[in-house]
Design a protein around this ligand. Sequence first.
Ligand code: ATP
Ligand code: MG
Length: 297
Amino acid sequence: MIETSKPVNSLEDSNIQIQVKDCYKIYKRGEIEVVALGGLKCNFNKGEITVIMGPSGCGKTTLLNMIGGLDQLNSGQIIVGGVNIAKLSKKELEKYRRDRIGFVFQFSSLIPELTAEENIRLPLILTTGINAEKKEYISELLEVVGLTDRKTHRPDELSGGEQQRVCVAAALANKPDIILCDEPTGELDSITKLKIMDLLRKIIETYPEKTMIIVTHDPELRVIADRMYYIRDGNISHQFSKEEMEKMKANYNNTSTSINNISQNGGNYEEFLIELREIDHMVKAKINKIEKKIHPI
Ligand SMILES: Nc1ncnc2c1ncn2[C@@H]1O[C@H](COP(=O)(O)OP(=O)(O)OP(=O)(O)O)[C@@H](O)[C@H]1O
Ligand SMILES: [Mg+2]
């Protein structure tokens, strides 16, 4: 794993959409207390994908649930566009979840009896209702996720990757400004995974006013990240700034293959993995070199 000892939470630019401040979440089961978040702080920016990694049980899903307004903190603040969501009433939180949050999970959450298009419309039907403008937006979404010609298919008539595309589109139906993805590629084969990675990148580039957070165990998702956090025991242990990620991508772009090549033509996946490992190695060596300059002893 790549590591950097750069101090966490530096305000690198003013595009911050979400500020997580000193957040604690402690689960109690009988006598046992589990500290899922232990004073965690970090920021998330508009127009960016932040990828969060860390060992099982380190608090990744807990953090997403808190940002998504699905659970409540013991202490701390989560400030979204200037509002501390930890202070919202139940009703306000419901509205926040409905209007501002889109969730994408590892397992398909589609209704088997509905077509792709109906599944995408469902969040609207259940909340604000549908009108001509929204119908048009659903058509746009089908286009963005590349499923226009599959819109009348039911989930069991779609591949795993296509089903996940429908889930991504459904998460966008209410035009949320925050998209939270928990292991969005966890169940997919390697080529399909690359296609979903491409799609998530395309979404943030098509809708740069949105903020996307992806939790994963898969180091390959770094390829689409603008920023990265590593969590350990409920706290950020390391982070990669946008600048560091850009350097990593520049190195990657200089190499012979690109993510588009791989996902479009099936590509040489092994070669891609080797490149990723080489980049890891190169970036780590560079960081060590810089750190030695800053802290010579
Ligand atoms: N509802 C709950 N009740 C009790 N403990 C919980 C609850 N939810 C999570 N935990 C505990 O909090 C810790 C953090 O859980 P969390 O689900 O956030 O981990 P994670 O990083 O998402 O792990 P994974 O990678 O396996 O999904 C774990 O030790 C977990 O057992
Ligand atoms: Mg989890």
